[in-house]
Design a protein around this ligand. Structure first.
Ligand SMILES: Nc1ncnc2c1ncn2[C@@H]1O[C@H](COP(=O)(O)OP(=O)(O)OP(=O)(O)O)[C@@H](O)[C@H]1O
Length: 238
């Protein structure tokens, strides 16, 4: 069953067209990757789908809801981790989780979540004192505190060292095992290959290819997703 259906989505800024006729379906329980070069329109697609930005055209359904007209209801059922997310320096891990839980009608038990994600020892640590890996772990826990059915993760591992990236991948797989549908925006083809059931490659506001990592590699007659990306977009990856 599709939990996200995007048809002919378009969005322009003053600078020009950011999204130009994107159509996608994301099935329940999959990790769906959105990959593409800088400025391709990935974040704009995620922002429109999560009710954070108004679209210009096209139709969008997430969990059967319209992110614009049913925004309040949708925000209760999804989790969003945005690129360059930040919290006040002094907020403590436990406080942040408790505060986010208060935004939801039916939140998960934030103390349990803190425990599950290994954050209990850090509960009194201020946000600014956390390393990049711990900040990302906190952002994942915050995206899950509303007990969401769908989670949007935008460039989750940018800036993390290789070991923290691997750990974060494990956390994303754990989300899928719990039945959460994950939409993952990434620049990294190794990450897309390791994590995603299916990937859409977006370039200049359009979907240029969609399929499982293996399908994309085969279609591009490549030996890796990195090379497939280059063949499909004519651009190098990050
Ligand atoms: N708030 C905004 N105002 C004006 N232009 C914007 C805004 N947000 C994005 N854009 C422009 O729209 C285009 C698509 O941006 P978007 O952030 O959706 O792409 P992206 O694929 O997520 O890029 P990146 O990988 O660099 O994060 C870019 O040309 C960007 O400069």
């Amino acid at each position: 069953m599709a939990v996200i259906e995007i048809n002919d989505l378009s969005k322009s800024y003053r600078s020009g067209k950011a999204v130009d006729g994107v159509s996608l379906r994301v099935e329940r329980g999959e990790i769906f990757g959105i990959a593409g070069p800088n400025g391709a329109g990935k974040t704009t697609v995620v922002e429109c789908a999560s009710g954070l930005r108004r679209r210009d055209g096209g139709t969008l359904r997430v969990l059967g809801l319209d992110p614009q007209s049913d925004r309040r209801e949708l925000l209760q059922r999804i989790g969003v981790q945005l690129q360059e997310a930040a919290l006040p320096d002094a907020i403590k891990v436990g406080e942040a989780l408790r505060m986010y839980a208060s935004f939801y009608d039916k939140p998960a038990d934030w103390r349990e979540l803190m425990d599950e994600w290994g954050l209990t020892d850090k509960r009194r640590a201020g946000f600014a004192s956390l390393s990049g890996g711990w900040k990302q772990r906190l952002f994942i826990a915050l995206a899950l505190v509303g007990d969401p059915e769908v989670v949007f993760l935008d460039e989750l591992t940018t800036g993390l060292d290789p070991s923290a990236r691997r750990t974060t991948w494990g956390l994303v797989r754990t989300m899928r095992e719990r039945g959460v549908t994950v939409v993952l925006v990434t620049h990294f083809m190794d990450e897309a290959e390791a994590l995603c059931d299916r990937i859409a490659i977006i370039d200049r506001g359009r979907v240029v290819a969609e399929g499982s990592p293996d399908e994309l590699i085969r279609r591009a007659k490549s030996d890796s997703l990195d090379n497939a990306f280059f063949a499909l977009t004519g651009r190098e990856t990050a």
